[in-house]
Ligand binder design. Structure first.
Ligand code: GDP
Ligand code: MG
Length: 178
């Protein structure tokens, strides 16, 4: 989409970060192509995918970057990845305690390499696995408030809050540049 003319008013670069296997690539697949795969390979070769949204009658292209497996080694995500990013999705898996415990380190990395005005949303993914939940929603909410982050729980599997989380991020970025 992008209107009959195909004109794009804004391009916003967004980066996906967080530990390996939390569901970053599947969140992106769900958002960009409305697809999901349970046996997803450790990330497709492409660097980013795009989807164009309309916000206040403007055509806004989300250019969403996915780490090609580099997240498995700490601090291996290069500064080129963060360059020009105006938004970040910081993802953990609600069933894996350590992925939430690593969030402060990812925040540190963001603050070291990204623009200081970057808009950040904390995402607790795999909300469909409620019976395996390790992180109470309240704990994450409290952490997000303390750190000044937006926060949502999502499921790339059943699509819960995926649109909502990308839209929230894009709206907020739109508001910061306007
Ligand atoms: P990444 O390493 O962060 O990019 O993680 P992937 O997107 O490759 O996902 C890792 C694994 O978790 C894959 O087996 C996915 O199918 C699975 N997965 C991703 N999102 C969800 C989700 O919302 N719910 C469930 N149940 N599994 C998910
Ligand atoms: Mg991946």
């Amino acid at each position: 989409y992008g209107g009959a003319s195909g004109k794009v008013d804004y391009v916003f670069k967004v980066v996906l970060i967080g530990d390996s296997a939390v569901g970053k690539s599947q969140l992106l697949a769900r958002f960009a192509r409305d697809e999901f795969s349970l046996d997803s390979k450790a990330t497709i070769g492409v660097e980013f995918q795009t989807r164009t949204l309309t916000i206040e009658e403007k055509s806004v292209k989300a250019q969403i970057w996915d780490t090609a497996g580099q997240e498995s080694r700490y601090r291996a995500v290069t500064s080129a990845y963060y360059r020009g990013a105006v938004g970040a999705m910081l993802v953990y898996d609600i069933t894996k305690r350590e992925t939430f415990d690593h969030i402060p380190r990812w925040l540190e990395e963001l603050r070291a390499h990204a623009d200081k005005n970057i808009v950040i949303i904390l995402i607790g993914n795999k909300s469909d696995l409620e019976d395996q939940r390790a992180i109470p929603t309240e704990d994450a909410k409290e952490f997000a408030e303390k750190e000044g982050l937006f926060f949502l729980e999502t499921s790339a599997l059943n699509a819960t809050n995926v649109e909502n989380s990308f839209n929230t991020l894009m709206m907020e970025i739109f508001n910061t540049v306007n």
